[in-house]
Write a protein of this length. Structure first.
Length: 140
C-alpha cells in the first residue's frame, strides 16, 4: 500500500472547451459591473474591460455613481446598467500571473461603426433605413 491513503490513479480522456480571445475579434457580452474607470463585460468565461474612453464617440463620458452608469456628455447615451448587452471589438489581450494562477485580461472598444450597446446599433440601422427611404421619396 502506498502512503497516500489508498488513492487510485487512472488514465482518462477528456475534451475541454476553451476560449482564447483574439485581437480584432468582435464579441457580444453583458455588462456585469461598473467602476469609475470603466465597465466589465462578461464574454464567455472572461470579464473584459471597456475603459471609459472607449465606450462611445463622446469625448467626455461621465460616471453616475448612484446608477452605476456611464453617460455621454453630448449624446446623453447611457451604458452600464445591469443587463446592457454590447457588441465590442477586442483591442488588447494580456496574460498575467496572479499568485499561483494565470489570468487573461481583455480590453474592448465600442468606438467603431456598428459597435456599442445593441440598442444603439438598432437605432443606427433604422436611422439609415429612414434616410434611404427619404432619399428615394425625394427622387420621385
Amino acid at each position: 500500500m502506498f502512503g497516500d491513503g489508498g488513492a487510485t490513479y487512472n488514465r482518462v480522456r477528456f475534451k475541454a472547451l476553451v476560449y482564447t480571445p483574439l485581437i480584432n475579434e468582435v464579441v457580444e457580452g453583458e455588462v456585469v459591473r461598473t467602476e469609475d474607470f470603466g465597465a466589465f463585460v462578461r464574454v464567455g468565461p472572461i470579464d473584459a474591460l471597456i475603459h471609459r474612453t472607449q465606450m462611445m464617440e463622446d469625448n467626455v463620458v461621465l460616471y453616475d455613481k448612484q446608477s452605476g452608469a456611464f453617460v455621454g456628455e453630448r449624446s446623453r447615451r447611457r451604458l452600464g446598467r445591469g443587463g446592457d448587452v454590447v457588441r465590442a471589438r477586442v483591442v488588447g489581450v494580456s496574460y498575467v500571473t496572479a499568485g499561483n494562477r494565470d489570468v487573461v485580461r481583455v480590453s474592448l472598444t465600442l468606438r467603431q461603426p456598428m459597435l456599442g450597446k445593441l440598442e444603439w446599433i438598432e437605432e443606427e440601422l433604422s436611422g439609415g433605413k429612414k434616410t434611404a427611404q427619404a432619399k428615394a421619396q425625394q427622387k420621385q
